[in-house]
Write a new protein. Structure first.
Length: 247
């Protein structure tokens, strides 16, 4: 076992001992590994064309046009126009509707059940599929929370696929969560409470949500931040996690 993998395994074991002090912020990178294989933004466009049943000639024309635009359009801007003009029935949302999960989802589910807090921008429900009770999931539904939340839950401030009409995937939807959730004060306070004074561990997340999550992070005051980079050792580390957790 390499020193890098040994360190990763020890890190995981230490986390499980201190779950009540930890908040996980995770993004699409955790759902890319097998067997879930949910695309990140970088691989999303091709899958989107297939799911929305776009013919190859139209898909190629759209992609060629995107390549000529500088700077590249924001993901949410592209999806908004795509939904408005091509896929009005939101067929592409089925990309996130998977029933499998990987060892990272299992680890996060177990950690939340043991007392940690989760925050994810993901629409998929892989963590829930891995054993997290839906009663421990707080998803954005287009409205502010009715009250502040002070317990270990999984926050999904961009919504969840089972109510795909409210997922925050377009510029129009982002206008409600914009400026660090200032229009949603209970969401804003609950998320800040989930981060402030705690160890924040960031996994599979690019930090590119500069409409809502990134401004919120700028306002927060975590005890410390551990931002995990994903490199060539990831598959070995994932295998060791899989061996330690029930799949």
């Amino acid at each position: 076992m390499s020193k890098t993998v040994k360190n990763a395994v020890k890190f995981m074991e230490d986390i499980l001992k201190k779950t009540k002090e930890i908040t996980f912020l995770f993004g699409s990178g955790i759902s890319l590994p097998e067997p879930t294989n949910i695309p990140t933004v970088n691989t999303f466009y091709d899958r989107l064309m297939n799911v929305a049943e776009i013919t190859d000639d139209i898909a190629n024309a759209i992609w060629d046009k995107i390549q000529t635009i500088s700077p590249q359009p924001r993901f949410e801007s592209f999806v908004y126009q795509f939904q408005k003009e091509i896929d009005t029935d939101l067929k592409f949302a089925s990309i996130f509707n998977v029933t499998s999960y990987n060892s990272i989802h299992s680890f996060l589910s177990q950690s939340i059940k043991n007392g940690s807090i989760g925050i994810t921008t993901n629409f998929d429900e892989c963590v829930e599929q891995s054993g997290l009770d839906t009663k421990m999931v707080v998803s954005y539904d287009g409205n502010d929370l009715s009250k502040l939340i002070y317990r270990n839950v999984l926050y999904k401030p961009h919504g969840t696929i089972s109510s795909n009409k409210q997922i925050v995937i377009t510029d129009e939807a982002l206008s409600k969560t914009n400026n660090d959730f200032v229009l949603l004060p209970n969401w804003r306070s609950s998320l800040l409470n989930a981060i402030n004074g705690r160890t924040l561990i960031v996994v599979g997340y690019s930090g590119s949500d500069d409409f809502d999550i990134t401004p919120l992070l700028n306002l927060s005051n975590p005890k410390r931040v551990i931002w995990i980079r994903h490199e060539k050792h990831s598959l070995k580390i994932q295998q060791h996690i899989r061996n330690k957790l029930p799949y």
